[in-house]
Write a protein that binds this ligand. Structure first.
Ligand code: ASP
Length: 398
């Protein structure tokens, strides 16, 4: 038994992360060569996403006892997403001012010769992007937000059809869900191998040096992420949900570890569903609703990271931001994190919007891009932990 625990997927994954860093650092060429092994694992995870999103949301909604319960879960989930994201941005701003990284360092010239595509997001575009004109196109493209939108409507519509027909649909999607979960377990068993090669290739590509060059910025982001993950979120679990958040974390830790290794909330979704239901004691009904939605729109780590990154860029370019500008940052970062896709580097792309909102040149991103992948791993783990904590919390307060 003890031996089995020692060689659990979680422990082997932890070892794989450490070994992957060392391997990538000392054997960069070989690590790049073997990147395909990590990519196979990533593709296998991604392969599970769409059927799982569709089936899990459908059965979550179809198993609700009525419209009231749907409203209750929906309202609570949105309240949780929004309040924790706002807390994360606020924490980022406060910790930034406490540490003040980048001040006193010589001012950096914003590079003129790089072109970074600016992301513009108007409210109408944002709302329109939810609605799929063609659900099969959305499914084939893996556009998660429109798929979620359609599935919620479809599942709610199913609540209005004849009971016997609804049961047919329910059993169909429930069977798909169960089979996908079995598949997920098979893929999860490959995690240590996949993670080893993914991390090695990442270290080989980015190196570790930029981390030391931008150490004050990196440390500020890491400290704030740690605080959010270890203090803010657990406090909400403890005081509002009345459960032990740290014990729960130990039960579901495989998902944040995979989020860390893949830097993708979406790719981690199959694992999140599996661990929440099988190990964390969250019902299919709550997990199926809260986790797919959370993986797409609830990104505390990204929100926190973006607020610090924008303030840091202002600092090293010698720009003094007014209080009004900081409030603008607070608001735009919240929306940027909601709009960011659950894929590597999405947070950085959305940040162009935030920089633009306070008149900082988007090219300034070039100043921090070298450490983005490294920080992406940590912020994605926090994004994932936020979703999983939310699922347990909503389960408890329902
Ligand atoms: N990689 C993050 C995620 O998948 C998004 C980001 O770039 O911040 O959650």
């Amino acid at each position: 038994m003890a031996r089995k625990k020692l060689f659990s997927v979680e422990n082997l994954t932890l070892i794989a992360i450490g070994a992957g860093i060392a391997f990538g650092y000392f054997f960069p060429a070989l690590s790049t060569e073997l990147k395909a092994v990590g990519d196979i694992y990533l593709k296998l995870l991604k392969m599970l996403i769409i059927p799982l999103v569709f089936a899990s949301i459908f059965i979550a909604i179809a198993s609700l006892s009525g419209k009231e319960e749907l409203k209750s879960i929906g309202v609570k989930a949105f309240l949780y997403y929004l309040s924790t994201t706002a807390l994360a941005v606020l924490l980022g701003i406060v910790i930034f001012h406490l540490i003040n990284p980048g001040s006193g360092e010589h001012l950096l010239q914003i590079p003129q010769n790089v072109t970074i595509e600016k992301k513009e997001l108007s409210l109408s575009d944002f709302l329109l992007s939810f609605i799929p004109a063609n659900i099969f196109e959305a499914l084939s493209k893996g556009a998660i937000l429109p798929i979620i939108f359609f599935t919620i409507l479809f599942a709610v519509a199913a609540l209005f059809i004849q009971q016997t027909k609804r049961t047919v649909l329910y059993n169909f999607f429930d069977s798909i869900n169960d089979a996908m979960m079995v598949l997920a377990r098979w893929v999860i068993a490959l995690t240590p191998i996949g993670v080893f090669f993914l991390i090695a290739a990442t270290v080989a590509k980015n190196g570790l040096e930029p981390i030391f060059e931008l150490y004050s910025y990196v440390l500020t982001v890491l400290l704030a992420l740690m605080f959010h993950a270890l203090v803010t979120l657990p406090s909400i679990g403890y005081f509002v949900g009345r459960f032990n958040p740290y014990r729960y974390f130990l039960q579901i830790k495989e998902a944040p570890l995979i989020a860390f290794s893949t830097a993708s909330s979406s790719a981690t979704l199959p694992v999140s569903l599996e661990v929440a239901e099988e190990k964390g004691g969250v019902s299919k009904k709550v997990a199926g609703f809260v986790l797919p939605l959370g993986a797409t729109i609830n990104m505390d780590g990204t929100a926190l990271y973006e607020s610090i990154a924008v303030l840091f860029i202002a600092n090293i370019s010698g720009v003094e931001l007014s209080l009004a500008q900081q409030i603008t940052i607070f608001i735009t970062v919240t929306f940027a994190s909601i709009g960011a896709a659950g894929i590597p580097g999405a947070g950085l792309i959305m940040m162009t919007m935030v920089l633009d909102s306070v008149g900082l040149p988007v090219e300034a991103i070039a100043l921090i891009i070298t450490v983005d992948r490294f920080l992406d791993m940590f912020r994605t783990a926090v994004n994932n932990w936020g979703d999983l904590l939310g699922a347990k919390l909503i389960q408890k307060v329902l």
